[in-house]
Ligand binder design. Structure first.
Ligand SMILES: C[S@@+](CC[C@H](N)C(=O)[O-])C[C@H]1O[C@@H](n2cnc3c(N)ncnc32)[C@H](O)[C@@H]1O
Length: 137
């Protein structure tokens, strides 16, 4: 996935071209994987990022965060988002949850649950909506 240029550029631009939406904010990265989205959010000025990843990839993410000097901002938590306990609500949820035709093998349910449990009223979800196009053949 990290070598998927379209995917990576889209997320990078969404964050870096909207830094004002991240600056000083508390962020939750649902399914952080390598932590790349968390690191971009931190570089955009986030005050605190909770990077939640349930596989052992969390350990690699922790190392990458430290090597990038962002461990004072990003807290990597190895947990499913369903079992997650956070000390505070967040301003922004970022996640790359999309599967084939959006929903297949996707994490949308987890993101929705995270939104309902952790997002402050008026908080934002990135991405917040999606469109599926179909074509008869
Ligand atoms: C599509 S990958 C995205 C990784 C990273 N955010 C990125 O953009 O490169 C989704 C990640 O979410 C994790 N994940 C899926 N469901 C999860 C859940 N319920 N709680 C925590 N992590 C989850 C997977 O293990 C995987 O690493």
């Amino acid at each position: 996935m990290l070598s998927d240029d379209v995917r990576m550029q889209s997320y990078f631009r969404a964050i870096s071209e909207n830094e004002e939406c991240f600056r000083g904010k508390v962020i939750l990265d649902v399914g952080a994987g390598s932590g790349i989205l968390s690191m971009w959010a931190a570089k955009a000025g986030a005050a605190k990022v909770y990077a939640v990843e349930y596989t052992s990839m969390a350990q690699h993410a922790r190392k990458l965060v430290r090597r990038n000097g962002l461990d004072s901002i990003i807290e990597v938590i190895q947990s499913s988002v369903e079992e997650l306990i956070l000390p505070e609500k967040v301003d922004v949820i970022i996640s790359e949850w999309m599967g084939m035709v959006l929903l297949r093998e996707s994490m949308l349910d987890s993101v929705i649950r995270a939104r309902d449990r952790f997002l402050k009223p008026g908080g934002t979800l990135w991405p917040s909506d999606a469109t599926v196009y179909g074509n008869a053949i």
